[in-house]
Design a protein around this ligand. Sequence first.
Ligand code: ATP
Ligand code: MG
Length: 320
Amino acid sequence: MALFAQQTTSASALRQASTAASTPDAEAVDAVPPARIQLEAVNVQFTTRNGTTAALQNIDLTVREGEFVCLVGPSGCGKSTLLSVIAGLQKANSGSALMDGKPITGPGPERAVIFQEAALFPWLTAAQNVEFALKQRIRNKKERRAAAIEHLSMVHLARFADSYPHELSGGMRQRVAIARALALNPDILLMDEPFAALDAQTRDLLLAEVQRIWQSTGKTILFVTHNVMEAVTLGDRVICMGTRPGTIKQEIAVTLPRPRAVEDPDTARLAQRIMTHLRDEINKIAQEESDHAATLIAPARSGDTGDIPDPLANSMGDGI
Ligand SMILES: Nc1ncnc2c1ncn2[C@@H]1O[C@H](COP(=O)(O)OP(=O)(O)OP(=O)(O)O)[C@@H](O)[C@H]1O
Ligand SMILES: [Mg+2]
């Protein structure tokens, strides 16, 4: 059973066509894949009791069919917020967020999100977790089970089909989450630091796996990470974000041959260059934090500690 239709106009297919030794098809090489996601002048603010934060300011971003785009930036620069706007989980305060030319008004089956911690149902086995995502598409139970196993084998976990999440390692759980997201057969995968909690070896294995899946399925992927090496290893483009307010600072096209690995010298060199740009942002945050800390520490040292809220003052008296 063919699980995924190949997208013949994907960015990767075009790239391969343009670098093929044989005479390339002029039409295919010239064609630009259609824009799937378009953000224009997107602003998102959060207002809390501590004031208003400009999480995203004036964001313009286009992601084309079959592209692998990575977003990097320091903690708090708005990466997850940007992904949530595209996922339809967060509304922009102003600007437009479009998918296939239509406003994004909420989540949809064509976009699947994979979070940092694999959010699996603990009472279902690996196969049942994947089957859950297949329920709408495949009514027949036996076929659904077979398709679930096929998806698990894409992430090399068919042997663990009947294991429960607590019987799997963190990396294995994340692979089940990827299999489940793929089972939804989305056009677009939105991945928010999916490997952040994993050890380096498991992460490197999954980086290879995600590249392989992307190349064989032609999915469009938007991948958030704070790890520049990860971004350069995976992305066609790396978008660097700056913080306070969250903005796009720079966009770097990565044309290194695939598959890429973190230990490739070219990958490491490019990552180093991007890190140099990001370091300014990281230093800016560190400076702001220490300035802010100083304004809190000075009055504390002089004895003016302010009011420490009583943790029970707002309780409802019944332990809630
Ligand atoms: N629900 C919320 N309410 C209030 N402020 C929020 C909310 N969500 C995010 N923010 C603020 O918006 C800014 C961007 O947050 P976001 O989670 O998008 O950053 P990030 O780049 O994903 O960070 P990290 O790398 O740490 O995950 C931060 O200053 C954060 O405090
Ligand atoms: Mg985040």
